[in-house]
Each structure stands twice: as structure tokens, then as C-alpha cells.
Design a protein around this ligand. Structure first.
Ligand SMILES: [Zn+2]
Ligand SMILES: [Zn+2]
Length: 425
């Protein structure tokens, strides 16, 4: 029967068959975060709209086109979080974390919401892990963030990982670069598309990641921000590169990499995995030294990255990466006859209390039908309770792999199963 209701465009039902990927990702993330000393934080799914307008920035695609904004019944302007960093920075200020020992290293996991054109791996509600470190300017912290991102994808099983890296400068040197970029683009005004003409006014750095064919030759000849960095930004960038070189990480400098958000300063990066098609960036991030101040906190540097789980899982499937399987049922309890059924129900409860993953047959069905179900569930053992077994105080155990059947005393069955199931783990 077709359902009257369908899930909204751009949303996803995560079905049990995909759960092993999600669990693997979640466990890997928690484990790595503890290795690197990052603490978990949760922030609300919605915040005051103004936070994102200030924090993410007007002129960005997120603020201009993609936010789910609404007035609530108290007439407050709210927005479903389109990203994590602004909300985490808000919590950092609100809870006075700038008084904690710095850097404060945090991570959050949860859904974010963007009104985007639906495409493979991109959803209007999608799950992100966001990793943020506040209060430290040292490029060694940028290196830590990049290493952590790399480590995550390495642990997930991705091969041939490398970084794309750039610097977006700072309020000292970026304005000079933007002037040069604008001047160059004005010379080529007739050659660029309407989008870029608009970007040139509102968010000029974004012309560099225009995807239109028409704009590619202009982008290729554009001035490079690397040539405009101030001494501070230059030293920061070179020091980070020094760490990456020494650690043997592969990276390429991508002069076009600016990322979509206003708040980035100095380092911006993406992690790429080869061989997963056009959407090869598996995560991205950078430094945002102006963000905390922008939203009303004390001047506080920050650096971090975010990664979308749906895209990671899509990439894992494309790469043929199999997550460890989730625990499957081990035992199925079948029964035959009126007296056996309540015993079977209670036996199942006892097995579960003993930590054995047990299923019981519901309803009144033929043994054949129950055995078919046991087979379908993929259990190792089926326990059969009938009148004969009850009389003898045993349970008939069918080994579903070997096809053998034998009796085990009812008062020994938990112990027997523990022993035999353990052998197989
Ligand atoms: Zn600078
Ligand atoms: Zn363009």
C-alpha cells in the first residue's frame, strides 16, 4: 500500500540496513576525539537568526539562500542551525569558556539544515561532526586539526588521502588582495557570468570557486592570495606547511580554495580521498580568528573542521569500505504446544538477562514455519521446546550451521550457550 505521506524533499530515512555505517562512524569519532583531547558539546538545533547572519555572514549562500528561518509563537526570529561553528562559538562566549585553560577543544554531532538543491549525498537535513578549538593562535593547533581530520578518514578506511590547502589571509592583508582581485575582474567583466558579477559586489572571494565553464579562464589568471599575505599570515602558513612536510602528509596548494563562509582567516583546507568521483572532498575547515569577537565575545582565535556523514557514507560505499557488522541475533526460541509456549517466552527472557541475543517465535505456528524464521534471522542456534522436551526437562538445540540437533538439560542451557557462543566470537 502506498503511503499517503512522503518524507520532505531532500530528507533521508536512515534504515536499519545502513546503521552499521552510522555506528562505525560514531564510535570512530568518539574514540579519536578522546585520543586528541576534544570534549563533546551539544548546542540547540535552532538559534536566533541574528547569530548566523553575524557569524556566518551576509552574502554567503548559507545566509542568503539556504537557511530555514521562522518566527515562533513568541515572535522571535529563529533559524534551524545551518552549521555548527557559530552556535558553538556562541556557547563558548555564553559560558565564559574564554576563562578556561586555552585552547578549549570541543566537538559536536547532530543534524544541520540547509535549503539546498538535492543531489547525491547532500540533504536538506544532514548529520555533521563539527570539531572546534578556541583560544590559540599557534599553527601547531592548525596542524592538530588537520591531523585529526586525516586520522579520522584513515581510520574509516579511506585510501590515498591528501589535503588541499590555502590561506585566506587576515583583516590586515585580505583587503589588499580583494582590491587586486576586483581590479583584475573588472578588466575581465565581459567574460564572467552573472553570478560572479553579483559575487564581485557582495562576496568577492567567492568568484574563485565559481563552477561555470565560462569563468574558468578568468579564474586561472586571477591574482593569488598567497602573494598578498602579510608577514604574520605568511609565517603562519609556512609553519603549518613545515609541520605537514615533517609529518609526511601529502597536500597541494589550491589558490581557489576559499570555502563558502565569511569567518575564515588564514588556514583553509579540505581533505580529499582519491578515487571517489567528482565530490572528492570528504571534509573541510579552517581558522576563524574573527568569529568569536564578531558575535560579541572577546577577541579569540579559533580553528576547526566539519564533515557531513551522509557524504562520508556514500563515499565509503563507493570505495567498497565495509563497516564492522552490528551485533546480530544469536538464538531463536521455537515452541510446540500450549504448555511449551509460556516456558519458551520465559526462557527467552532468561537468556536475554544473561546477555544472549535471543528471539522468540510469536503466535502459534508450525515448527516448520518457526524454523524458516530462525533461518531467515541468521541465528546460530535454535532452541526447540515441545511436550517431549518438557517431560525430560531438556531443550532441543539445533546448530543451524552444522545442521545437528541434540538435547541440553534445561537448567544448563544458559551456561551451555554462553560457552558455545563465546567460542565463536
Ligand atoms: Zn594577514
Ligand atoms: Zn562565475
Amino acid at each position: 500500500m502506498a503511503s499517503k505521506y512522503k518524507r520532505p524533499t531532500g530528507t533521508l530515512d536512515i534504515l536499519p540496513e545502513d546503521r552499521a555505517y552510522w555506528r562505525f562512524l560514531e564510535e570512530t569519532i568518539h574514540d579519536l576525539m578522546s585520543i586528541y583531547g576534544y570534549l563533546q558539546i551539544d548546542v540547540p538545533v535552532f538559534e536566533h537568526t541574528e547569530l548566523y547572519v553575524r557569524g556566518v555572514g551576509e552574502g554567503t549562500d548559507i545566509v542568503d539562500k539556504e537557511m530555514y528561518s521562522f518566527k515562533d509563537k513568541g515572535d522571535d526570529d529563529l533559524t534551524l542551525r545551518p552549521e555548527f561553528t557559530a552556535g558553538i562559538a556562541r556557547a563558548y562566549v555564553e559560558h565564559g569558556m574564554y576563562k578556561w585553560p586555552q585552547p578549549v577543544k570541543l566537538y559536536a554531532i547532530g543534524p544541520v539544515f540547509r535549503y539546498e538543491r538535492p543531489q547525491a549525498g547532500r540533504y536538506r537535513q544532514h548529520t555533521q561532526v563539527s570539531v572546534e578549538a578556541f583560544g590559540e593562535e599557534d599553527p601547531a593547533l592548525d596542524f592538530e586539526i588537520l591531523s585529526l581530520a586525516h586520522h579520522l578518514f584513515d581510520r574509516l578506511g579511506f585510501k590515498r588521502l591528501y589535503f588541499q590547502l590555502n590561506s585566506t589571509g587576515c583583516p590586515v592583508c585580505r583587503p589588499r588582495y580583494i582590491e587586486a582581485l576586483k581590479a583584475y575582474y573588472m578588466e575581465h567583466y565581459d567574460e564572467i557570468d552573472e553570478d560572479c558579477k553579483r559575487r564581485l559586489k557582495r562576496n568577492p572571494l567567492r568568484v574563485l570557486d565559481c563552477k561555470a565553464d565560462q569563468c574558468q579562464p578568468v579564474i586561472a589568471g586571477a591574482p593569488k592570495i598567497i602573494d598578498y599575505l602579510c608577514d604574520d599570515c605568511r609565517t603562519h602558513f609556512d609553519t603549518l606547511r613545515g609541520y605537514l612536510d615533517a609529518a609526511g602528509f601529502k597536500y597541494v596548494i589550491n589558490h581557489r580554495l576559499v570555502r563558502g563562509l565569511d569567518y575564515y582567516t588564514k588556514t583553509v583546507f579540505e581533505v580529499w580521498a582519491e578515487g571517489i568521483g567528482a565530490q572528492a572532498a570528504v571534509c573541510g575547515g579552517g581558522r576563524y580568528d574573527g568569529l568569536v569577537e564578531e558575535i560579541g565575545g572577546p577577541p579569540t582565535p579559533g580553528v576547526g573542521f566539519g564533515a557531513g556523514w551522509e557524504r562520508i557514507i556514500l563515499a565509503m560505499k563507493a570505495q567498497g569500505i565495509e563497516p564492522p557488522p552490528l551485533p546480530a541475533p544469536q538464538v531463536f526460541v521455537a515452541h510446540l504446544g500450549k504448555e511449551a509456549k509460556p516456558k519458551a517466552v520465559l526462557l527467552t527472557a532468561t537468556l536475554r538477562r544473561a546477555g544472549i541475543r535471543a528471539l522468540v517465535a510469536f503466535g502459534e505456528r508450525s515448527l516448520k514455519s518457526q524454523m524458516r524464521e530462525a533461518n531467515r534471522r541468521g541465528v546460530r542456534y535454535t532452541l526447540i521446546l515441545g511436550e517431549g522436551e518438557l517431560e525430560r526437562q531438556v531443550v532441543a538445540v539445533r546448530d543451524m550451521q552444522q545442521g545437528e540437533q541434540f538435547d541440553v538439560p534445561l537448567d544448563r542451557i544458559v551456561e551451555w550457550l554462553r560457552e558455545h557462543l563465546q567460542e565463536q566470537e
